[in-house]
Each structure stands twice: as structure tokens, then as C-alpha cells.
Design a protein around this ligand. Structure first.
Ligand code: ATP
Length: 308
């Protein structure tokens, strides 16, 4: 009886773990809205990356036929550069990322990466080349270390720690009850939105993909932490010559981009560097001055409250 119960117990725990990890994968797919029905074309080839240039050519897309989101959208994200996409809420910024990841396919037009139509490459190789830090990062019901290592399963503990340091979360983790062994996720310790975002950053830095997308990835951080983290990220991206796309409401996090693309009603309203767009005195300049006024007012308020 003893001999039999051991393997049964063992099987039971394997089953539980397996079930749990399947549930976790399901959560991840749901959260990232990955369309698992998109399949490779019969003669699909692996994506061959050169500089990492991304082009949208005359793209039409809507989630429902009666409501177009992107209309005849044409834009180029130059390889190896830092590009920002800004625009009013609901204009389709996150949709661009989802189309690139092939969570959905375009209705008309095409999307090219280094001149290859993304529908003609193996989906798996496409997704492996892209790292996304989404608005809301899914955490696994596992330790902090595993949650970061998910970016690169065979990473050493030293590499995990180095990624956490660059994402400015190492010191926080060190103060968790069991450090990197602390369990997080729904059944683990509750962590803040900002901590979650920095774990997601560690994950992507560890994965180190050729194309990186940050979708409001620092929105839950305070200005000081956000600035320090962005400085780290910027220098890593520049050093490695990675193509990176930032979607952000707070223009202060992206004003130093090589190119800023402003979307409005599913099209490019204007594009250029911060300086060029300010001189143009259009949509971007207006957004910038509105945010600066707000920022300065808040700054004054904080200073005032400190003095009291
Ligand atoms: P925000 O700045 O608020 O994040 P966004 O510019 O990233 O907005 P998207 O998330 O791309 O906007 O959404 C564009 C439009 O498409 C919105 O009107 C949104 O309601 C709609 N939308 C987004 N996802 C879906 C979906 N899965 N099904 C139907 N409509 C959707």
C-alpha cells in the first residue's frame, strides 16, 4: 500500500502543477489577446531580421466591420531607433502592437518587418523576435525569480538579478519576505502596479528581443522612478541598437525619441522629432503645453506642501 500511494501522490502533484501551468498559460493568452487560430502559411519562412525596420502600408483594420479603427494607415518605424506613438485614448495605439504581434490580421494593406510581410513568416519566429511590456502585465502564480525568468527560461540567477537591477526593482525584491523566492500572483503576495511593471521590464530585459514594445509600461511609476528606469532602458536600447516603440500618455517619457508619430482617427496626424513637432505648433505641441502646465502646477503644489 505504501509503495502504491507514493507514486499516486506524486502523480497527483504533477497533475496539479500541470493543470496550474495550463491555467496560467490560458490567463496569459487571454490577457495578451493572442489569437491562437492564426496559422502559418504553407511556405512560411522564419523572420530574417536585419535592422528591424517596421512598415505599415495602407493598413485598414477594425475589430468590427462597421467600426474602422485604422484607416489607410501608412508609417515607418526606422530600424534601431526609439519611436513613440502618441494620440488620444482609443485612437488605435495598442491595436498597432496587436497587429504586429499578429493577434489579429489586417483587413487591407500590409505590415512589413525588414521588407517581409508578417503574414508570410512563421508566426512563432515573429513572436519570438518581439518583446511586449503590456499595459497590464500578467504574473504567474510563482516566485519572483520564475516570473522574471519567464523571459528566458535558461537564464542564470545572476542574469535574473542583473535584469532586476536594470529595471530598478532589485532593492525592492531584496526587501520582500523571501526575496527572489517570494511567491507572487493571485495566490501569492500582493504587489503594487509599479512593482508589477518593473517585473515586466526585468522580464523583457532578460529576454532581450530585437524588437521591443512598451505599451504604457511605466504609467504606474512615480516620476522619479520612471525617469531612472527610462535612463537605464534608453542606454541599453541605444547600446544594442534595438528598434523600440513606446506608447505613452506622459510625453515627458518619450520626448527624446528619434521619431514621434501622432495618431488621430486611425491615421498619422503628424510626425517628427520633439523639436520639429513643437515648431509645427499642431496637435503634439498642444498636448505638450497642456501637460507641462499640469506638471508645473503639480510641482508647485508638491513644493508648497513640503514647506508646510
Ligand atoms: P488607450 O490610449 O486608451 O490605451 P489606444 O489608442 O491604445 O487607447 P486601442 O486599445 O488600440 O486604443 O483601441 C482602439 C479602439 O478599438 C477603441 O475604441 C477600443 O474600444 C476598440 N477596441 C480595442 N480592443 C477591442 C476588441 N478586442 N474588440 C472590440 N473593440 C476593441
Amino acid at each position: 500500500v505504501f509503495q502504491l500511494s507514493v507514486p499516486l501522490n506524486f502523480l497527483g502533484s504533477v497533475y496539479r502543477e500541470l493543470r496550474q501551468s495550463l491555467l496560467d498559460m490560458e490567463t496569459l493568452f487571454n490577457l495578451q489577446k493572442v489569437n491562437v487560430t492564426i496559422k502559418d502559411e504553407p511556405n512560411a519562412k522564419p523572420l530574417a531580421l536585419k535592422t528591424g525596420e517596421i512598415k505599415f502600408q495602407n493598413v485598414d483594420f477594425g475589430y468590427h466591420p462597421e467600426r474602422p479603427i485604422l484607416r489607410d494607415l501608412t508609417l515607418t518605424i526606422p530600424g534601431g531607433k526609439k519611436v513613440a506613438i502618441v494620440g488620444p485614448s482609443g485612437c488605435g495605439k495598442s491595436t498597432l502592437l496587436r497587429l504586429l504581434f499578429r493577434s489579429y490580421d489586417v483587413e487591407n494593406g500590409r505590415i512589413l518587418i525588414d521588407d517581409q510581410d508578417i503574414r508570410s513568416v512563421q508566426v512563432d519566429s515573429l513572436r519570438r523576435s518581439i518583446g511586449v511590456v503590456p499595459q497590464d502585465t500578467p504574473l504567474f502564480n510563482d516566485t519572483v525569480e520564475h516570473n522574471i525568468r519567464y523571459g528566458k527560461i535558461d537564464a542564470t540567477s545572476e542574469q535574473v538579478v542583473a535584469a532586476a537591477q536594470r529595471a530598478r526593482i532589485h532593492d525592492t525584491i531584496a526587501r520582500f519576505p523571501e526575496g527572489y523566492e517570494t511567491k507572487v500572483g493571485e495566490r501569492g503576495m500582493m504587489i503594487s502596479g509599479g512593482e508589477k511593471q518593473r517585473l515586466a521590464m526585468s522580464r523583457i530585459l532578460l529576454k532581450d528581443p530585437p524588437l521591443l514594445f512598451f505599451d504604457e509600461a511605466t504609467s504606474a511609476l512615480d516620476t522619479h522612478t520612471e525617469q531612472a528606469l527610462m535612463n537605464n532602458i534608453n542606454s541599453i536600447l541605444r547600446e544594442k541598437g534595438r528598434t523600440s516603440v513606446f506608447v505613452a500618455h506622459r510625453l515627458r517619457t518619450i520626448f527624446d525619441s528619434d521619431l514621434i508619430i501622432v495618431l488621430k482617427e486611425g491615421r498619422v496626424a503628424e510626425q517628427g522629432t520633439h523639436r520639429e513637432l513643437i515648431d509645427r505648433d499642431g496637435v503634439y505641441a498642444e498636448l505638450w503645453s497642456a501637460q507641462e502646465t499640469l506638471f508645473n502646477d503639480e510641482g508647485e503644489k508638491t513644493e508648497a506642501s513640503k514647506e508646510q
